[in-house]
Write a protein that binds this ligand. Structure first.
Ligand SMILES: [Zn+2]
Length: 108
């Protein structure tokens, strides 16, 4: 297994940055960036993409294929206890906080 991945950004190789320049004089290219694998990115999408913009381009281009992996055909729900409202105030103003708590007894 290699210690890097090529960035999967569809147009990574089209970004005008000097670190992407490769090749000899007369036949220079802009090349897709390598993404070095490390403990920080090994199990995340950052192991396949050099930047958030490359990830976003990929996700936008392939959104239908990506969501087909795990389709969401109905809403998910998290059971909660009946919310309570709490009034707070200080010398300047007052506000209400709605307390939400997961109902662990109905949690699956
Ligand atoms: Zn990239």
């Amino acid at each position: 297994m290699s210690d890097f991945n090529w960035c999967h950004g569809p147009s990574c190789h089209k970004s005008h940055t000097v670190d992407r320049i490769r090749g000899v004089k007369g036949s220079k290219v802009l090349r897709t960036r390598k993404v070095k694998l490390n403990n920080w990115n090994r199990n995340s999408f950052y192991s396949k993409f050099c930047s958030n913009s490359c990830y976003n381009e990929f996700a936008n281009k392939y959104v239908n294929e990506i969501t087909a992996i795990a389709p969401r055909t109905e809403a998910l729900e998290t059971p909660i206890l009946d919310p309570t409202k709490e009034r707070h105030s200080n010398s300047w103003h007052s506000w209400t906080v709605t307390n939400l708590e997961v109902d662990e007894s109905r949690q699956s």
